[in-house]
Ligand binder design. Structure first.
Ligand SMILES: Cc1cc2nc3c(=O)[nH]c(=O)nc-3n(C[C@H](O)[C@H](O)[C@H](O)COP(=O)(O)OP(=O)(O)OC[C@H]3O[C@@H](n4cnc5c(N)ncnc54)[C@H](O)[C@@H]3O)c2cc1C
Length: 553
């Protein structure tokens, strides 16, 4: 933790040295002592401390200095650190000026020089002032600060990215948090520069892209080797499991994700049915454990980096990324998972990120405290989202087309929802319109039986409906089912094209696609179970087939 600062200034080097020594003797364990003889240097340094999130607890300033008086200096310092205690060091002849300054700059105290012995004339005064300062002091947040508008899709994207990559950050809403405007002013930026990220060392990035921010935060966007045994595309549970097994079994393995590790599971507030965790665990916790485990086995993790194409050339597979770079691997596991379907409705599109969110209950829930929100979807993810939102929102309404949740949600979640007084399930209900100015304010709901419509107040709408695999980018001859899920193993025999593309003596392995050496695992695979445990199981299983494939080539 950064120590608060005691800042001393005196143009006389001997006095400065004496005060510095006395301050260090008594306070150096709890405070950082900074001493300078130059007023200009002092004034220039204060905004830099502020940018880095440091706090000044006490200013001790000489009154008679050539560049400006101590009172003038304290007036300037007060603009930047208004809560710091202000003390003048005065000669006996200056006590009148000091007394006047008590009113002018709300001086807290003046100390007459010399102050010997400090135990009697210095420390008791400063102890008192510092105790007083400490009682109001709340240590500033020391990580990244993200400044933006709450209802902005760019801010939402950055929040999701930081949370997904497990970077602690403080969200500062420019419309509700005075610190946000203060930080912007300090860096000479305006609201047009939002969203902005203030880094720990005090630098600011305005309107950064995910790739720019990722690079600045030390994420690895480029591969270090030219050839890998195994490349895993997608770092959800399936990809992470494949990485742990690939790495631990000696394969030179690279894991690539376009956003962050964890995939859908990473956005889950509580996974309650994963083996071995009787009290459940959060998606963030599972992700943290899994990525640490994979990296411990030497797996290289590349993010944020989107794969846009694969081209097999002989035994090598060339993987192209969105930034133009390339990785070559001998085998691939595709574990790109699924994304939520968009709710096709033009009136809602314009509120995406401004009240309408796809999944993402954990990153935005706090913004809806005390307000009514709606959840669309009847699956487990919608149920979990509703439970999470119910902690902060005034009321949560789950809209489903079916009469109730019994056919689509696990019973344990239905029971939890039944026991939560501020959640209501609205069966046979569709959202037909979203209304609002800058952000979502109301929804029009329609009862599917009676076709009766009603307008309701809604600060947020969280959509968890049907899923679509991330496979549009795969242009090579990989057989997919009618919905775009990747066909594997024996199922491939059912597709008319199979015989034209598969030219090997053996059958495809269980999780192998119709391109030998390219495997699919997890939700992206046709017939997957859509569970964390099954994705993890498939990721692990895929690696055993990778070994067989590599052994025969
Ligand atoms: C909110 C929520 C709660 C859930 N709760 C539970 C639960 O309690 N229990 C349970 O068993 N299941 C739960 N599930 C389902 C479970 O999370 C999924 O079944 C599981 O995450 C699937 O894992 P996956 O690895 O196959 O894919 P995903 O988790 O979807 O991960 C795919 C990854 O691939 C990346 N990617 C996609 N395209 C590319 C590309 N072109 N280049 C690079 N990277 C790419 C994505 O960024 C993503 O990180 C929940 C899902 C959600 C959304």
């Amino acid at each position: 933790m950064k120590l608060p600062i005691i800042f001393a200034i005196d143009d006389d080097p001997q006095v400065l040295q004496a005060i510095q020594q006395d301050l260090r003797k008594k306070y150096r364990k709890q405070y950082r002592i900074i001493a300078t003889s130059s007023v200009q240097e002092a004034i220039d340094s204060l905004p830099e401390f502020k940018k880095k999130g440091e706090e000044v607890a006490l200013f001790l300033s000489d009154q008679r200095m050539p560049e400006m008086t101590g009172v003038e200096f304290l007036m300037q310092a007060r603009k930047i650190f208004p809560n710091a205690k202000r003390t003048l060091l005065t000669a006996y002849s200056d006590t009148d000026a000091a007394v006047r300054a008590i009113n002018e700059v709300q001086l807290d105290y003046y100390i007459a020089k010399p102050w010997d012995p400090p135990e009697e004339k210095l420390y008791p005064v400063l102890d008192d002032l510092l105790d007083d300062w400490q009682s109001d002091y709340r240590p500033a947040f020391e990580g990244l600060k993200l400044i933006g508008y709450q209802f902005s899709s760019q801010s939402h994207e950055l929040k999701d990215f930081l949370a997904g990559n497990l970077f602690p950050y403080q969200w500062l809403d420019i419309e509700n948090d005075a610190q946000a405007q203060e930080l912007l002013d300090l860096h000479g930026k305006t609201r047009n520069d939002l969203p902005a990220v203030v880094l720990e060392e005090g630098a600011i990035m305005t309107r950064p892209t995910i790739a720019e921010l990722g690079e600045k935060l030390g994420l690895q966007p480029k591969a270090t080797q030219s050839l890998y045994d195994l490349a895993i595309i997608g770092a959800g549970p399936a990809g992470l499991a494949a990485a742990v097994y690939g790495g631990s079994e000696g394969l030179k393995t690279i894991l690539i994700d376009k956003r962050a590790p964890g995939g859908q599971a990473g956005t889950s507030s509580r996974i309650e049915n994963y083996l071995g965790f009787p009290n459940g665990l959060s998606g963030a916790d599972l992700t943290r454990r899994a990525i640490t485990q994979a990296q411990r086995f030497g797996v290289e993790f590349l993010a944020p980096q989107e794969v846009i194409s694969i081209k097999p050339q002989g035994l090598y597979k060339h993987i192209s990324m969105a930034d133009g770079s390339e990785v070559v691997a001998r085998a691939i596991v595709l574990s790109t998972g699924v994304a939520y379907h968009k709710l096709e409705n033009e009136s809602l599109d314009k509120f995406t990120g401004a009240g309408v969110y796809y999944g993402a209950a954990t990153t935005e829930a706090y913004a809806f405290r005390g307000k009514p929100v709606y959840v669309v979807g009847g699956g487990n993810s919608a149920g979990q989202g509703a439970m999470y939102l119910s902690r902060t929102a005034s009321e949560v309404f789950i809209c489903v087309r079916r009469p109730d949740l019994s056919e689509t949600m696990s019973q344990y979640l239905i029971d939890q929802i039944g026991r939560t007084p501020n959640i209501t399930v609205l069966g046979c209900t569709e959202i037909v319109e979203g209304l609002g100015n800058e952000q979502l304010e109301c929804l029009i709901l329609e009862n599917m039986d009676s076709h009766a419509r009603r307008k309701v107040q809604a600060a947020g709408l969280f959509i968890f409906i049907g899923t679509k695999p991330f496979t549009d980018w795969i242009e090579m001859d990989i057989i997919k089912d009618a919905k775009g899920f990747i066909a594997t193993g024996r199922d491939l025999g059912r597709y008319a094209d199979f015989k034209q593309v598969w030219k090997h003596d053996r059958e495809p392995y269980l999780l192998e696609t119709c391109s030998a050496g390219i495997f699919a695992a997890g939700d992206v695979r046709a017939g997957a179970m859509n569970r964390v445990a099954s994705a993890v199981g498939e990721g692990a299983m895929a690696v055993s087939f990778v070994h067989k494939y590599l052994a025969e080539n």
